[in-house]
Design a protein around this ligand. Structure first.
Ligand code: NOJ
Length: 534
């Protein structure tokens, strides 16, 4: 049984897409000195951890998820010394920094792959998955042919330029000798390379990793035994040598991910329909998105389904009890912005919810001020429909929204051109701005353990087609009740839960009265209430 570092008990993460955060050298692209300069701002949110998207050497055919040197910060972001300085400064301010570990593939430009694609056998020939002949393949996997002098096709993980590293086949097909078993020495060598990369950054001061496509390393692994062995092994090694470091998976099924050793897994769109039903259906979809049609719960129309999500969350929590955490993020660099199609008041209701859920919240940069998804942008670095959620952070209303001093035409991506775009500067003062509301909610969460990662979660009201959604959080004798009504309708609901009084902690448009032995919640359209209960 693994144990978790204490700092996860009240952790709140902030995801930074480095190319779009803050540019200090005027080349139009964000950089690590930019993140360092903005640490005071990040700290002011109340978060205690940062997840930095890939910042390593890369040809950037997938925005850095195509790494060509795992141990070197890309020149456009600065240097390894800058990253070390970021670790040191963040630590001095009480914040952790985790990196993005692209464990499953490299860029075709990575020196391992450059060797692997040679016709002559060499140390790296088996670092990737190659068929024995250029006419061969396997319908279950994606292969690229015709790329190199080597007589074979290589398997990819995502884009054509991202060859899959070879973690072996759990049950290799005897007819296909190129499928190596998981204990083949060359496969073990790949695993050790990845461990060495983790060691390199952990020794420098990194506090862990968000692991890209964490579930998909081993092939033919129907019972997920191969993947279990890998992550349990890495986790045991980390617990022994870096007990404060954490592993966060891109898996989207916490019940699986946490049970193989991850500290945190996201509940997002793939695998789990409850997430989409809550936040991302229908009009919140970016073009060609994988989200299903239907009605989101967080929508003024009021036709969503909180029960689908509640049941799913309860199931995941039960499956990982005491072992690790679920995260329902505000968004990330792969999906549309939570702001899309919503106003800032609606976002406050969403954050009252996301910031009082069990597990560990992640806030995608700019979501705290309600940055919007920008429609119609040309794809940048393999972003396609994700590009609109990756635009520059909006700091103020100076040129380029204060992101960069470069000419607008030189920016990594254009800034939101809308005259009413939100900015940090405009939201700093007003007490009830979205930014200050998010700060308040994070502070409430982090000063009340019952509302943070480990507090119990009990559903008090979640019915298909009905509003509000009401739940309780409790720990060590302290209890809170949270109610959210994102719909455009006034709603009222009687809630029975033990306690004699509900005391307002943070509310907007929500009132409560005791009626007999129940509490009656009277909720305005688009409202929320966070109450402590005695
Ligand atoms: C998931 C990452 O979040 C995404 O941005 C990337 O394109 C793929 N994995 C491939 O690495």
């Amino acid at each position: 049984m693994f144990t978790n570092p204490r700092w996860l008990e009240d952790a709140v993460f902030y995801e930074i897409y480095p190319q779009s955060f803050y540019d200090t050298n005027g080349d139009g692209i964000g950089d690590l000195p930019g993140v360092i300069q903005k640490l005071d701002y990040i700290k002011s949110l109340g978060v205690n951890a940062i997840w930095l998207n890939p910042c390593f050497e890369s040809p950037f055919q997938d925005a850095g998820y195509d790494v060509s040197d795992f141990r070197k910060v890309a020149a456009r972001y600065g240097s390894n010394d800058d990253l070390k300085e970021l670790f040191d400064r963040a630590h001095a301010m009480g914040m952790k920094v985790i990196l993005d570990l692209v464990a499953g593939h490299t860029s075709v430009e990575h020196p391992w792959f450059q060797e692997s694609m040679q016709a002559e056998k060499n140390k790296y020939s088996n670092y990737y998955i190659w068929t024995d002949n250029w006419t061969e393949g396997d319908d279950k996997y994606k292969f690229i042919n015709g790329y190199s002098p080597r007589n074979g096709n290589f398997m990819i993980n995502f884009f054509y330029c991202q060859p899959a590293l070879n973690y072996g086949f759990r049950d290799p097909d005897p007819e296909k000798p190129w499928q190596l078993p998981c204990d083949h020495p060359d496969v073990i060598a790949v695993r050790e390379e990845m461990r060495d990369i983790m060691r390199f950054w952990l020794d420098m001061g990194a506090d862990g990793f968000r692991v890209d496509m964490a579930s998909s390393l081993v092939r033919g692994d129907n019972k997920a035994q191969g993947i279990k062995e890998i992550w349990e092994d890495y986790r045991s090694w980390m617990d022994e040598n870096y007990p404060e470091a954490v592993l966060v998976s891109e898996w989207s099924h916490p019940a699986d991910a946490v049970n193989v050793g991850f500290h945190i897994d996201f509940m997002v769109h793939f695998n789990l329909p409850g997430y989409s039903s809550l936040l991302r259906c229908e009009k919140y979809r970016v073009p060609n998105s994988p989200f299903p049609a239907g009605n989101s719960f967080f929508d003024r129309e009021g036709k969503g389904d909180a029960k689908l999500f509640a049941d799913e969350l309860l199931g995941q929590l039960e499956a990982i009890k005491g072992r690790g955490y679920v995260s329902v993020p505000t968004g990330n660099h792969d999906i549309g912005r939570i702001r899309q199609g919503r106003d800032l008041d609606e976002l406050k209701v969403i954050y009252a919810f996301l910031l009082t859920l069990p597990g560990v919240p992640f806030i995608y940069y700019g979501d705290e001020i309600g940055m919007d998804y920008i429609e119609g942008l040309q794809s940048k670095e393999g972003g396609y429909n994700r590009t609109g959620a990756r635009t520059p952070m909006q700091w103020d209303n100076s040129a380029n929204a204060g992101f960069s001093s470069a000419a607008a035409s030189e920016l990594y991506l254009p800034v939101d051109a809308s005259p009413d775009r939100t900015t940090v500067a405009a939201q700093e003062q007003p007490e009830d701005s979205l930014l200050n509301t998010v700060r308040k909610m994070i502070a409430i969460r982090r000063t009340n353990p019952a509302l943070a990662s480990d507090g119990d979660f009990e559903v008090l009201f979640a019915e298909t087609g009905k509003y509000p959604f009401v739940y309780a959080r409790s720990l060590a004798g302290k209890k809170f009740v949270i109610a959210v009504n994102p719909s455009g309708n006034i709603v009222s609901e009687d809630i029975s839960c033990s306690g004699s009084a509900l005391t307002e902690v943070l509310c907007s448009g929500c009132a409560v009265e005791a009626v007999g032995d129940v509490f009656r919640l009277n909720m305005q359209a688009v409202s929320y209430g966070i109450y402590s209960i005695e």
